[in-house]
Design a protein around this ligand. Structure first.
Ligand SMILES: Cc1ncc(C[n+]2csc(CCOP(=O)(O)OP(=O)(O)O)c2C)c(N)n1
Length: 545
């Protein structure tokens, strides 16, 4: 068999459904093999966006998302997406082409050492030097991409190797179960929780990677222990639950931090130090680390006990043994929760225009059904959504609190729609982040996707403006102009809409959900209160508790 055919057969055997790609001439053997495959080619307009889509496919399915590009410039365009998948623990494979390695007549034209470049941003990177190596390299790459902690992998297939003949056979995936935590570790953790006075549960990104929702919901139900979510842990347990204390969005000084301060034990489920710290750990509080892998110690994180193994199984074991204690006292913690709940309702009805962020969050929550997915780009609005938007199902708020890159909002929404075609999907982007990958509107229209993109337009890099003001600097260097987004959408064959009063947003979102197609909404946003609320009011009010 031709080596590129074997490569594609190996991908089929791994269950690959899509390859997000911009082929170069060095990928043409692979493209020809793909033409006769069950795998669907998704042609994109920038490799970075293809990488974000592959990573999001991996994030939502637990199966490796695959993307492909040419050598040199195609490969360098993958770098941000590789770091996104690697830090965000999303299983993702990049395949890049290369000039012939056995003999080349083109000198160093377009050649950089791609494997060397990928070394620090992947779990595994290899050049395939013989067709016979394809089955083992592909299998090992998939194994590593998916095993906890998941991440990015890379294979380089040079042109002359792709064209070789080989009679090697595909290696099937092994049957593998995740290791479970040993009983002694569970017993230790249970004793610590029963001896504590005010335990709190923290739910982080790892809990959103696998099916942990049922066990964690039962754990909260049986024990009555209140819980906090990290930004990437949103929705694992319904945030409408009466024991939800809030999302740890700001680093410090929020109501949730008062709740955490009032706890003497934190049961940290699935959070690791790659995600921005949900709280600053000090020596007064004890922490139990419950995760698929051990804890990376950091100045902000040094747990006393580790329960390492499949999260759902660990929580089940702990729940079975744990008895609620009569001397547990959650009064201070729940006091902070009440203050938090009252605060996030503020501004929900504000009808000023440009639209107030709290109003936008409240109306989007009303428009989205529980299973609807919002995919956020990176900007200051992310804080409002993480704090105020209550997620009720796992993986319904897709945001990146690990690399925290701009540009992933639209591609991640597109991948979410492909994985869940029957659910409403809304991309929420700043005008800055949207313009970093806006060309993918063409891909979305060509794929006939049904999704909405909401642009929160402030004609500036608002997040940095906010930080600039915080640091006492003058407003300088962060304002820009924008295209007419309605006409821009129309020029792609998408539907363009403009919000001209606060009341228009909710009905427009519902209309976009009803009418098939790609919808782009230009919504001016009022960020004038960001500092007053996020920096001053919250810190002052929570300090008064
Ligand atoms: C690729 C990338 N470049 C730069 C940054 C730094 N950064 C974070 S938020 C931000 C501004 C985002 O502006 P916009 O998308 O318009 O959202 P806004 O904050 O205005 O709501 C910048 C420049 C980043 N996170 N990622």
């Amino acid at each position: 068999m031709k080596a590129s055919d074997l490569f594609i057969r190996a991908l089929e055997a791994e269950g690959v459904e899509y390859i997000f790609a911009i082929p170069g001439e060095e990928n043409l053997d692979m493209l020809e093999s793909l033409r006769n495959s069950t795998i669907r080619l998704i042609l994109v307009r920038h490799e970075q966006a293809g990488g974000f889509m592959a990573a999001t496919y991996g994030r939502l399915t637990g199966k490796t998302g695959v993307c492909m590009a040419t050598l040199g410039p195609g490969a360098t365009n993958f770098v941000t997406a590789a770091a996104y998948a690697q830090l965000g623990a999303m299983p993702m494979m990049m395949i890049t082409g290369q000039k012939p390695v056995k003999s080349s007549k083109q000198g160093q034209f377009q050649i950089i050492d791609v494997c060397d470049m990928m070394q620090s941003i992947t779990k595994y990177t290899r050049q395939i030097v013989a067709g016979d190596n394809i089955p083992s390299r592909v299998r090992e790459a998939f194994r590593l991409a998916e095993v906890e902690r998941p991440g990015a992998v890379h294979l380089e297939l040079p042109e002359d190797i792709a064209d070789e003949e080989t009679d090697e056979k595909i290696i099937a995936a092994s049957v593998q179960r995740r290791p479970v935590a040993e009983e002694k570790g569970i017993a230790h953790a249970v004793a610590m929780i029963e001896e504590s006075r005010s335990p709190v549960l923290l739910i982080g990104a790892g809990a959103n990677r696998k099916l942990t929702s049922k066990m964690l919901t039962e754990f909260v139900g049986k024990t009555g222990i209140p819980f906090v979510t990290t930004q990437m842990g949103k929705g694992v347990v319904d945030e409408n639950n009466a024991l939800f204390l809030g999302n740890a969005t700001l680093s410090a000084g929020d109501f949730v931090h008062r709740a955490i301060d009032a706890a003497d034990l934190i049961i940290n489920v699935g959070h690791d130090v790659v995600e921005k710290p949900p709280f600053f750990m000090d020596t007064n509080v004890k922490v139990i680390h419950v995760n698929f892998g051990g804890a990376s110690v950091d100045p902000v994180y040094f747990p006393q006990v580790e329960v390492v193994g499949d999260i759902a199984n660990s929580i089940w074991q702990m729940k079975e043994r744990l008895e609620p204690q009569s001397d547990w006292d959650f009064s201070k913690i729940l006091h902070a929760k009440d203050a938090h709940d009252a605060h996030i309702l503020e501004g929900a009805d504000d009808d000023r225009f440009p639209v107030y962020p709290q109003r936008a969050v409240a109306d989007i929550r009303k428009a989205m059904p529980p299973e609807g997915i919002i995919a956020l780009d990176n900007g200051v609005y992310k804080i409002w959504f993480a704090r105020n938007y209550r997620a009720s199902m796992p993986n319904t708020v897709l945001l990146d609190n690990a690399l925290a890159t701009m540009g992933a909002g639209l591609p991640s929404a597109m991948a979410a729609k492909m994985v869940h075609p029957d659910r409403p999907v809304l991309a929420i982007c700043g005008d800055g982040g949207f313009m970093m990958n806006s060309q993918e509107l063409e891909t979305a229209v060509r794929l006939n996707l049904h999704l909405t993109v909401l642009i929160l337009r402030d004609d500036a890099y608002g997040m940095i403006k906010w930080k600039q003001a915080n640091m006492g600097f003058d407003n300088f260097g962060l304002d820009y102009g924008n295209p007419d987004f309605v006409k821009y959408a129309q020029s792609y064959g998408a539907q363009g809409h403009r919000v001209e009063s606060a009341e228009e947003l909710l009905p427009l979102l519902l209309k976009c959900q009803q009418e098939h197609g790609v919808h782009l909404i230009d919504m001016p946003i009022d960020y004038s209160d960001n500092d007053r609320i996020l920096n001053n009011d919250i810190k002052r009010l929570s300090a008064e508790l």
